[in-house]
Design a protein around this ligand. Sequence first.
Ligand SMILES: [Zn+2]
Length: 299
Amino acid sequence: MCRVDLKKILSYEETAAAIKTLSREFPFVNEMTIGRSLCDRRILALRIGNARENMLFCASVHGNESITTPLILRFCFDFCFAAAENKTFCGIPVRDALKSRSLTVVPMANPDGCEIVRRGAVAAGEYESLVEKLCCGNTELWKANACGVDINHNFDADWCSLRKTEERRGIFGPSPGMFGGAYPGSEPETVAMISLCDIVRPCHVVALHTQGEVIYYGYGTPSEKETRMAEILAMTSGYALDTPNELSGSGGFKDWFCKKHKKPGFTLECGLGKNPLPESMLPELYLKLRETLAVAAVL
Ligand SMILES: [Zn+2]
């Protein structure tokens, strides 16, 4: 069905091609451009189904976590295929589920960061020399966007206290990761996610990161509903529920969403190992998480 090989790390172009294929193959899937990255790459999203109530998945917020892009795209293909054929997926009657719930999926929220990790500093265009200088020739650790701002530190959720924590850790400016930018929402990738949520108003969001096999949920004290949902996600994945440390406990997309929209939000730290996880882990990651993704879609 899919002409793009989803068993490997995808380039930005391959990701765009997979999104196009999905929207062409399935009449209930639409492609959207939700913004443009610093290097002018389109930030793409999929809308699966038309139901007013909507949940949101996002992946590859961090450049060196781009294994989450083929992971979520493969899920999208299997989920849509089951809907088209009126079959169940992981026990879920997908076509019925889509009558009351649609999905918004951002498979590559930080395309510049992903391309920097895949191809090196040259992928950063006018920011090439900055990236070169910051990563000293090794882009494997690159999490940020093209100008060295960590998108998951750039959201307006206790951003000032996160800034102080960054400074205590010696991060005062652009960096391969963990620098929150000049002010919350300073980066186009952050703005794209904020605007998307303001438009589609998701009932909950699931952000896919790597790694650790843990699930973070809510912001501050989680609601009962949030805790219940988190427990279901933990049960299906075998992942542990966890509380983030002070460097990943605020300023992130999930944090901002929970705080601003007052709805449940989850971060799935997929897989175990050292980032970037090798693409050879994709099949086992998908097998382990497809049910969790399906449940997260319809919860
Ligand atoms: Zn991450």
